[in-house]
Design a protein around this ligand. Structure first.
Ligand code: DGI
Ligand code: FE
Ligand code: FE
Length: 231
C-alpha cells in the first residue's frame, strides 16, 4: 500500500485494518491506527491530521479554504481560529472510496434522502462531522455543523456554517470564471455572498445536468427568505 496516498488509495487492506479505517477515516496507514483526541481544539494538530490524511492536491485545497475562511472571519467579526480549525478538518473523508462512504453513512444512520446514496459525493461532510463528534471528542457544535453542511448547506445556517460553505467554493485555488465575483460578494456581505454561492452552485448543477439535492434547494429557499430581498 502506498502510504503517501490518501484513504482513497486503499485496495485490499487486511480485514482488521479495513475495519479500523472504516471507523477511523482520518487515518491512512496501519501504523497510524489511533483515533486523534480532539477534545481540546489545536490548530497544529488539525493541520497535521489534514496533511497526513489527504492527497497533496486535496491538502492544498484545504489550506486555501482555511486561508479564505480565516480572512472572512476577521472581516465579519467571527473567531478566525475556529474558522481555520473547521476548514482544516472539513474534507477529511473526501478521499474515502464512495462505496465505503455509503456503507459508513448507512451504519451511522446519516442517510436522509435517496440522493445521499445516488450522489455519494455529498456524504463526506456529514461523515467527518459524525466521526469528529463520536470518535474524536470534538464538542463544538457550530464547528461540527459547519463541517457537516459544507457541501449542501442547510436551512437556518449559522454565520460560521455560511462561512465554511462559501470558503469551500471560493478558496484561492478555485479558478472558474465567476469566482472573483463570489469572493467580492462574500467580503461585502457574508449572508448575501453565501446566497450568491448557492445560486452559482444551482446554476452549475443545472448546466451540467446533475440532480439537485433537496438540501441545496432548501438552503437556497431559506437564504432567499432570510437575506435575499432588497438586494
Ligand atoms: O469537497 P469539495 O470538492 O471541496 O467540495 P464540496 O464539498 O462542495 O463537494 C462538491 C461535490 O458535491 C461535487 O461533486 C458536486 C456535489 N454537489 C454539491 N451540491 C450538490 C452536489 N451534487 C448533487 N448531485 N446535487 C447537489 O445539490
Ligand atoms: Fe467537501
Ligand atoms: Fe472542500
Amino acid at each position: 500500500m502506498d502510504s503517501k496516498k490518501g484513504p482513497g488509495s486503499q485496495r485490499n487492506p487486511g480485514a482488521e485494518e479495513s475495519r479500523d479505517l472504516e471507523i477511523n477515516p482520518g487515518l491512512k496507514k496501519s501504523t497510524d491506527l489511533k483515533t486523534p483526541d480532539l477534545k481540546t481544539p489545536d490548530l497544529k494538530q488539525a493541520l497535521d491530521l489534514a496533511g497526513r490524511t489527504l492527497s497533496a492536491r486535496r491538502f492544498r485545497h484545504t489550506l486555501g479554504v482555511a486561508s479564505l475562511a480565516e480572512d472572512l472571519a476577521r472581516r465579519h467579526g467571527l473567531d478566525p481560529a475556529r474558522a481555520r480549525y473547521a476548514a482544516l478538518l472539513h474534507d477529511l473523508a473526501k478521499e474515502i472510496p464512495e462505496k465505503q462512504q455509503v456503507c459508513l453513512a448507512q451504519r451511522w444512520h446519516l442517510i436522509r434522502y435517496s440522493e445521499d446514496e445516488s450522489c455519494p459525493s455529498v456524504l463526506h461532510g456529514p461523515l467527518v462531522s459524525y466521526w469528529l463528534a463520536n470518535c474524536c471528542g470534538l464538542a463544538d457544535r457550530d464547528i461540527l455543523a459547519a463541517i457537516a453542511h459544507h457541501t449542501l448547506g442547510a436551512p437556518n445556517m449559522s454565520r460560521l456554517e455560511m462561512l465554511i460553505y462559501s470558503a469551500d467554493l471560493a478558496e484561492p485555488g478555485r479558478e472558474f470564471p465567476q469566482v472573483d465575483n463570489l469572493r467580492q460578494a462574500l467580503y461585502h456581505s457574508l449572508e448575501k455572498g453565501t446566497l450568491t454561492c448557492v445560486e452559482h452552485t444551482l446554476h452549475y448543477l443545472e448546466e451540467s445536468h446533475r440532480p439537485i439535492h433537496p438540501l441545496t434547494r432548501l438552503t437556497h429557499e431559506d437564504l432567499r427568505r432570510r437575506h435575499g430581498f432588497g438586494t
